[in-house]
Design a protein around this ligand. Structure first.
Ligand code: SAM
Length: 466
């Protein structure tokens, strides 16, 4: 989201796994059709309604799952957890609540569900990005293309036959084509663990691994998921601009911002503020990741550790200035990360997403206040949930009024397949399906072995207040 003097119309589009909302703020005060649509779109989200409504809708038909003990704070033995996760991955790898919820939300057509579930089971291939602005970027890219990947190709026959936990090298390594311009991305047909094993068994893969490691150590290569590259790609930061990364750790998107803003370039004034509230673990991660960046980039980097909702206006060169670009990569329920964190699916319920909604709106609203008029802000999460995505953007548009417009991201996403964002969504919670309804279900203590089902509500319920 952002603030902008020019009036532009647009609709929101959604990426396949990491939806982003791109909004501008206008100075105009006249009501705009976009804001009106957004308000209508959020009609299921009456934030003032705190009454717990709704009733169990045919729990058995909606799909149940064993009650998750972790949610009730029961002591968890890590060894047992590990064994249970392995067994679940082997035998089940599904969660009926997740399926019921997302089918009801309409984030995909009914016949696409099997494809989604099959995709979630597939390990996430390693991808890495070459920093085009890095002084060694071009030579590293040449080395990758000509030598390292060339050696891999020559070793093709042996590597083709090689298998790692059922994974094979679908392709040895290739440039990912479906990305916006300026993103040179390479992918392997193997996940991280496979890549690690492969490098121990095949000298050609070891060479590639070492080339990537070397590139990472000098800030010329960043290992980053393709979907994680999209928010900054669509934000389109320009050399010399001031950008704020509100939730920055571990920092791969901050690195992208630095590459685009190029504090060392001729366009003076370029600056990136990377903020994160996680003082203990997250800030050290951020410092480590960004510490590898070239010194010239780091000259334009400021790391702050504050709660996003309390981040003050900042002074640059003695003047209080807002940011041209703000990235709100918000804390979320992470259910778009199942391919690298299967446990998220095993333990999935709709509650974290629903509870995070109000926090996300507050964080996005505060971020807007730090955005310059004429600036752009991207709101993104790694969740599939419209309550954390479309509903947040709609709520921000409704609150910010006519000065904010939603931008059309068409043309900014390369040839990725996209869909318009949802304009309606549902609010639900998970309840034990023991034949109870309404408040009875709510008050009954949950025990191991209970089954869970979806309960839908006509109004948004502040589940935190239950
Ligand atoms: C989704 S992660 C950000 C990922 C990061 N943008 C990247 O691409 O590497 C969310 C981050 O928000 C931080 N966070 C959570 N709540 C916050 C708050 N209220 N204010 C600031 N940071 C917060 C967490 O510590 C976490 O590092």
């Amino acid at each position: 989201m952002g603030r902008q003097g020019a009036k532009r119309r647009g609709t929101r589009q959604k990426g396949s796994l990491e939806p982003s909302g791109l909004v501008e703020v206008e100075e105009s005060t006249a009501p705009r059709p976009e804001a009106k649509r957004a308000r209508q779109g959020g009609s299921h989200l009456e934030e003032e309604a705190v009454k717990l409504g709704g009733s169990l809708q045919n729990p058995d038909a909606l799909g149940c799952m064993p009650w998750n003990r972790w949610k009730e704070g029961a002591a968890v033995d890590p060894k047992q957890e590990h064994a249970e996760l392995a067994e679940w991955k082997e035998k089940s790898f599904t969660n009926p609540l997740f399926e019921a919820y997302y089918q009801a939300q309409g984030i995909m057509a009914a016949d696409e569900l099997p494809t989604l579930l099959a995709t979630l089971k597939r390990p996430l291939p390693v991808t890495f990005r070459v920093n085009p602005a890095h002084h060694a970027g071009a030579s590293i890219l040449r080395r990758l293309q000509k030598e390292t990947l060339g050696a891999l190709h020559r070793a093709r026959p042996q590597l083709r036959a090689w298998r790692w936990r059922g994974q094979k090298l679908e392709f040895l390594a290739r440039e990912v084509q479906h990305l916006p311009e300026n993103c040179v991305v390479w992918g392997l047909g193997l996940d991280r663990a496979g890549f690690n094993v492969g490098r121990k068994q095949h000298p050609e893969m070891k060479e590639l691994f070492e080339a990537v490691q070397h590139g990472m150590s000098v800030g010329a290569v960043v290992r980053q998921e393709v979907v994680s590259m999209l928010p900054v790609s669509v934000l389109r930061p320009l050399p010399g601009q001031r950008a704020l990364d509100m939730f920055a750790a571990p920092g791969s998107k901050t690195a992208q911002l630095l590459e685009a803003i190029r504090p060392d370039s001729e366009a003076a004034g370029g600056l990136v503020v990377a903020n994160d509230a996680g003082a203990e673990e997250r800030i050290p991660l951020l410092r480590r990741a960004l510490g590898a960046r070239p010194v010239s980039e780091q000259a334009g980097l400021v790391i702050t550790c504050a709660k996003g909702e309390q981040l003050p206006l900042m002074c640059f060169g003695g003047e209080t200035r807002r940011f041209d670009r703000v990235l709100v990569d918000a804390p979320c329920s992470r259910d778009g990360t199942v391919r690298k964190a299967a446990d998220v699916l095993r333990k999935w319920t709709p509650d974290p997403g629903t509870q995070l909604h109000a926090v996300q709106v507050e964080l996005a609203m505060h971020s807007l206040r730090l955005l310059e008029v004429g600036g752009t802000m991207v709101y993104s999460t790694c969740s599939l949930n419209p309550v954390e995505n479309e509903a947040v953007v709609a709520s921000v548009l409704a609150r910010a009024g006519p000065a904010v417009v939603l931008l059309d991201m068409g043309g900014r996403l390369g040839n990725l397949r996209t869909r318009p964002g949802l304009s309606h969504w549902r609010v639900g919670d998970a309840v034990p399906c023991t034949g109870m309804t309404g408040s009875t279900a709510k008050n009954k203590p949950l025990s191991a072995g209970s089954k869970m089902a979806m309960r839908w509500h006509d109004t948004f319920v502040r589940l935190r207040e239950r």
